[in-house]
Design a protein around this ligand. Structure first.
Ligand code: GLN
Length: 446
């Protein structure tokens, strides 16, 4: 049914870059055989799952929506792919995205934009726009994306989904093609909190193949769902919920969400994140710096196609000049600039200091609250093309998702009503490894 729906509807949405019909049918058949034989079934047995195209899945094309990886076939499975398979999931295909996960609208894909299933011509958000659209369009009940600075939460907001960025280190990055390694985390999209809790439990856990993977036990997230929220303290960041850049519909939805949480018995307290205003500047130094290093490996020699010129250096240059898109090149140039000897202290070291201050702001906020509430995005899904001429305006779409990323904290998008017929998202952030708290509050609210 999932494959049939993709075949009939994805031409108008473009959520997928590759549909693995053969692999999906084989996986589904093996679940059927296990069921017929009376074997115990995994927690996602037979459930279709779509995955972002920066996750390696053995034997399938993995492109990061870039021409520089066009035709490259992953030779191994990412840790999350192994875990999905072990849980009985049926992986249906690889989702469209912004090239190398750089973007907030999915328009940086080298293979064409994704349309928001809620309204043709609107952005699905990014960079995991295809993964979000796949769930919103009913192609699969679950998907995985990656979130470096908001790429799961913001498309979750634009597409009306529950979407989680886990704590940095909660989910193994083994087999995730790196963008900014100190920020990257894999996260799920789902239609409700229970589904999100279930897939999170499946993909989380320690993995020795990722040196930053945390050896912390994974809580029983579904058990957190029924717990009462009475007395839990929700910290509201006033500057964010009433932000001058927010659409009026977003402000009104946040006020309503706060009332709902109060009615559920939560205690609403005001908290401040005074250094969060520097998050956009700090992130757009740190992330490009790390990307300039990570993307050095794409030189036309080891992976994907090459523009041959006879001379080695020229071949490197031509390959990278012709096969990387404009946003990727912009980031590589910014990154090498801020890391260069003369500017390192002024930019990179300074951004790292801002990052520490933001993490301290959260530590202070959590002295007086259990979770922090902000909008996920200042706007509903904007029209395709609205921000492509002005990169800075596109970067500002991440204003609320970047602070938790820089602090390494878990944060979830929860649908919080509609404006102009389009979804609005509320973002809840918790202390490290307290995904259970996010699920508890989000479930009581939804
Ligand atoms: N929009 C942000 C960026 O362009 C975040 C991307 C992401 O989380 N991968 O870098």
């Amino acid at each position: 049914a999932a494959l049939a729906r993709i075949t009939s509807l994805d031409a108008g949405i473009h959520a997928f870059l590759y549909v693995d019909a053969e692999g999906a049918l084989a996986a589904a058949a093996s679940v059927d055989r296990a069921r017929a034989a009376g074997h115990a079934l995994g927690p996602l047995a037979g459930v279709p799952v779509a995955v972002k195209d920066n996750l390696c899945q053995r034997g399938t094309p993995t492109t990061c929506a870039s021409k520089i990886l066009e035709g490259w076939i992953a030779p191994y499975d990412a840790d999350v792919i192994e875990r999905l398979r072990a849980a009985g999931a049926v992986i249906v295909g690889k989702c469209n995205m912004d090239e190398f996960a750089m973007g907030s609208s999915n328009e940086n894909s080298a293979f064409g934009a994704v349309h928001n299933p809620w309204l043709q011509g609107r952005a699905p958000g990014g960079s995991s726009g295809g993964s979000a659209a796949a769930v919103a369009a009913g192609f699969a009940p679950l998907s995985l994306g990656s979130d470096t600075g908001g790429s799961v939460r913001q498309p979750g907001s634009f597409c009306g989904l529950v979407a989680l960025k886990p704590t940095y280190g909660r989910v193994s990055r083994y087999g995730l093609i790196a963008f900014a390694s100190s920020l990257d985390q894999i996260g799920p999209f789902a239609r409700d909190v229970r589904d999100c809790a279930r897939i999170t439990k499946v993909v989380a856990g320690h993995d020795a193949r990722d040196a930053t993977s945390a050896d912390v036990p994974v809580a029983d997230y579904e058990a957190a769902l029924g717990k009462p929220v009475k007395g839990l303290r929700v910290g509201v960041v006033r500057d964010a919920v009433d932000g001058p850049g927010n659409e009026p519909g977003v402000k009104a939805a946040m006020a309503k969400a706060i009332d709902t949480l109060r009615a559920l018995g939560c205690t609403i307290v005001d908290v401040a994140l005074p250094t969060a205003e520097h998050a956009v500047s700090a992130y757009y130094i740190v992330a490009p710096a790390e990307c300039s290093s990570n993307l050095a490996r794409f030189d036309g020699m080891r992976f994907g196609p090459r523009i041959e010129s006879g001379d080695l250096k020229e071949t490197y240059g031509k390959t990278r000049a012709q096969l990387f898109g404009p946003e990727v090149k912009r980031r590589i140039m910014l990154g090498t600039y801020v890391l260069s000897a003369g500017y390192y202290d002024a930019y990179y070291a300074k951004a790292q200091k801002a990052r520490t201050l933001i993490a301290r702001d959260y530590a202070k906020a959590f002295e007086s609250c259990d979770v922090v509430l902000t909008p996920t995005s200042p706007s509903v899904a904007f029209p395709l093309g609205a921000k492509t001429q002005n990169p800075l305006e596109m970067y500002l779409a991440d204003v609320f998702t970047l602070p938790p990323s820089l602090a390494g904290l878990p944060a979830i998008n929860v649908p919080a009503g509609l404006d102009q017929g389009l979804p609005i998202g509320m973002q809840l952030t918790a202390p490290a490894f307290r995904e259970d708290l996010l699920f508890q509050v989000a479930h009581a609210y939804e």
